[in-house]
Ligand binder design. Structure first.
Ligand code: FES
Ligand SMILES: [Fe+2]
Length: 342
């Protein structure tokens, strides 16, 4: 565990959760200090549910997807026995990668010196290994990620992945996602699509939901009566659902002021030319919204780093989702603090 005594603003007083109407936002140091990045990667991101891909990309034995979770390269592969297994994507020889991109393989082969592993992770072939003593292949299988996976989403087809680099702390991005308060100022066009007066936020134990009906009248998202649902799953996964389309986001912390946001798009149908056209229009529109969000988040990161700012307040009407997320974060920090004293 990183040295928590060196972290600014890491005390029980800072973890206290006040009622929303009285609460301050979390201290700016939690967004700007590099020590928090290491702490969160190890103690939060590595220990929570992470959606890294859709099962439709892992249909056949040998199908494989790669990801980075809490700074660790991982891969998920479908075995010949149909089992899905997750491993660290790290060769037991000298740390090379078994896969550098999603794909399909008969076995896993390290890109560095060519060691091979079976799809169940056991070591198979070790080239030019004569005269090595005290070496048993059984001791050098891939390291398995023991957490149980859950299959959450089915019934839609994967269409496209888009990855954005954002120069802000991952929590700035999550905060921004969790409120519709900024819509009129950052996304005026989206405001004309959604009926923002009817925007609702609900919170659960480890998730929250924002939803809003679309305005009546025709738009790329069809006519009135449809709704948009924005689910957030603690700590960094989002599911954005409109009729016929699911978009998942995973916010990946890279360092204290840099994150990557991975968008995966799934549709009920992308086979007919009309459906394809609708999907393309959706992608283009979402990209535009995303650039608006990135722009504001990068400004906010600079603002949080300024001498002028430490903590702010919440709109009770519009920022319950942000408050909920920040309260979960405080509770997580509190547990880490308590564990460090035990
Ligand atoms: S690091 Fe994998 S074979 Fe050398
Ligand atoms: Fe936004």
């Amino acid at each position: 565990m990183p040295d928590i005594s060196a972290l600014p603003d890491f005390t029980p007083a800072h973890f206290r959760v006040a009622p929303l109407a009285e609460s301050e936002t979390i201290p700016s140091s939690w967004y700007t200090c590099a020590g928090y990045h290491a702490l969160e990667q190890e103690q939060i991101l590595a220990r929570t549910w992470q959606g890294i891909g859709h099962v439709s990309r892992l249909e056949n034995a040998g199908d494989c997807i790669v990801a980075v979770v809490a700074d660790n390269p991982v891969l998920v592969v479908r075995g010949n026995d149909r089992m899905l297994r997750a491993f660290f994507n790290v060769c037991r020889h000298r740390g090379g990668p078994l896969a550098t991109e999603d794909g399909h393989c008969r076995m896993l082969q390290c890109h560095y010196h060519g060691w091979t592993y079976r799809l169940d992770g056991s070591l198979r072939g070790v080239p030019r290994w004569d005269r090595v003593d005290l070496f048993d292949k059984k001791d050098y299988g891939l390291v398995r990620i023991t957490r149980n996976g859950a299959s959450l989403l089915a019934g839609k087809s994967f269409f496209k992945r888009v990855v954005y680099d954002v120069r802000c702390n991952w929590k700035v991005y999550v905060d921004n996602y969790l409120e519709g308060y900024h819509l009129p100022h950052v996304h005026p066009e989206l405001c004309s699509l959604l009926d923002v007066q009817k925007y609702v936020t609900e919170t659960g134990e480890h998730h929250s939901l924002q939803y809003s009906p679309f305005q009546s009248g025709d738009s790329i998202y069809g006519s009135g009566g449809n709704e948009a649902y924005y689910f957030f799953i603690w700590p960094n996964v989002m599911l954005n659902i409109i009729p016929g389309r699911l978009q998942t986001n995973r916010v990946v912390p890279v360092c204290h002021d840099h994150c990557q946001v991975i968008f995966d798009y799934f549709y009920d149908d992308v086979t007919s030319p009309e459906a394809r056209q609708r999907a393309d229009a959706d992608l283009e529109y979402s990209h535009k919204i995303q650039l608006e969000d990135i722009g504001i988040c990068e400004h906010v990161q600079r603002g949080l780093g300024s001498r002028a700012y430490d903590r702010g307040r919440f709109s009770v009407e519009c920022e319950e989702g942000v408050y909920h997320f920040q309260s979960l974060l405080k509770r997580a920090y509190e547990r880490i603090y308590a564990a460090s004293r035990a």
